[in-house]
Design a protein around this ligand. Structure first.
Ligand code: F6R
Ligand code: MG
Ligand code: MG
Length: 381
């Protein structure tokens, strides 16, 4: 059976501040979507939370970009927003950028990751969900999962994976995408996706048969809204096993924390910490950025799960390392490289500060000259 797995997420209000979600809001969203399952519009649904974000996981047969499915998510978030407003939660409705739904949530604020596939005899998938970071946070782990044989032994050992994978890479500024075939074009891929502020991996396909292997939400809220309205905390769907990376190969990159953009005010670098569902409440300096892994077996479109994939002592060390990395970066305070370079910051007072100081900048070379030399220089100029 061909089914579609859609994950649509939004921040519709934080409890407290930007740290977590409120159960009343989450339940309102859950109930709305569950009713659509009862009506037969969806096969199944689940709700995940990470930090102040809510993700609606849905299975159905309407394909990707289906108006019906996007509308269900939009209306669920609208209902949740009403509750968030009533409770005066922080930033209530912040990711719903327009008042009226117009066919597709893309460009309207929520993040979307969707894929359609023929359900295999057994269909394990993992939905990753991160808070206080951006979709480019997936660039490094996707490379490791699908193109690094030192991470994914299956690339060498499994005949279905041995032909490699093709990465679809999006330039978030122009909206243009390019497909790069690995291992042949591996270095071209890395040349692009190492630039995390500009390029993000959108989809990954298996070369053996073109099957979709992974898909990520690639919205950049700051660019959609033309102004900062919150970090575009991303989701990622990855299919596992039998010709895709094994569950353990998919999780392995997260055992070695790396540094991502986001954290406080969306303007800092920080480690991405893999955590259990209950620990996905970033509070220290509004972080550090968190990621959860929700594992499902899909059975005739039903979501069997979720399993809390990072609730494993084997990830305790990664959490400790991430804490150490956080300490090292926090030591830098407002100084780069903890704080992002000016052009990457989500909001900044720098232009205003520069405007105020405009008339007070002076030429240090001229300042060193005597009064006569200054007059001479002015004449020459
Ligand atoms: C980062 C984030 C928070 C806020 C910060 C300031 O993604 O959501 O770190 O940027 O708490 O929030 P405001 O400007 O709403 O006071
Ligand atoms: Mg928020
Ligand atoms: Mg968030």
């Amino acid at each position: 059976m061909k089914i579609t797995l859609s994950v649509i997420k939004a921040d519709i209000g934080g409890f407290v501040g930007h740290s977590s979600t409120h159960p009343e809001v989450v339940n309102t969203v859950r109930e709305h979507v569950a009713k659509e399952v009862e009506k037969g519009n969806l096969i199944d649904s689940d709700i995940l939370t990470c930090g102040d974000d809510i993700a609606i996981v849905m299975t159905h047969t309407h394909g990707v970009d289906a108006e019906l499915v996007h509308k269900i998510a939009w209306e669920a978030f609208e209902k949740g927003t009403e509750v968030a407003k009533k409770l005066k939660l922080y930033g209530a409705g912040q990711d719903l950028l327009t008042d009226t739904f117009s066919g597709n949530v893309k460009g309207m604020g929520p993040g979307v990751a969707e894929m359609e596939f023929e359900e295999r005899p057994s269909e394990p998938v993992i939905v990753f969900f991160a808070d206080k970071t951006s979709p480019s946070a997936w660039n490094l782990p996707l490379y490791e999962m699908f193109a690094d044989p030192m991470n994914t032994a299956g690339l060498v050992i499994d005949p279905k994976m041995h032909d490699g994978f093709t990465f679809e890479v999006l330039d978030v500024y122009t909206g243009k995408a390019v497909k790069l075939n690995t291992p042949a074009e591996l270095y071209d891929l890395l040349a692009l996706i190492g630039s995390v502020g500009k390029y993000v991996v959108k989809n990954v396909y298996r070369n053996y048969d073109g099957e979709i292997a992974a898909t990520a939400s690639t919205q950049r809220l700051s660019l959609i809204a033309g102004q900062y309205v919150g970090k575009d905390d991303p989701v990622l769907i990855v299919r596992a096993q039998s010709g895709f990376p094994a569950v353990g190969e998919i999780l392995e990159p997260f055992a070695r924390p790396w540094i991502v953009e986001g954290w406080m005010r969306g303007s800092h670098n920080g480690p991405l910490m893999p955590v259990s569902f209950e620990d996905a409440r970033p509070s220290r300096f509004d972080g550090p950025p968190r990621v959860i892994g929700a594992g499902y077996q899909i059975a005739n479109g039903k979501l069997i799960g979720p399993a809390d994939m990072f609730k494993d002592p084997a990830f305790d060390k990664a959490r400790m390392v991430a804490q150490d990395m956080a300490d090292i970066l926090r030591r830098q305070g407002i100084f780069e490289p903890h704080r992002l370079p000016a052009e990457e910051m989500e909001y900044t007072t720098l232009p205003k500060v520069l405007k105020r100081l405009e008339g007070r900048f002076y030429d240090t070379e001229v300042e060193r000259l005597s009064e006569e030399q200054k007059i001479e220089k002015e004449d020459m100029d």
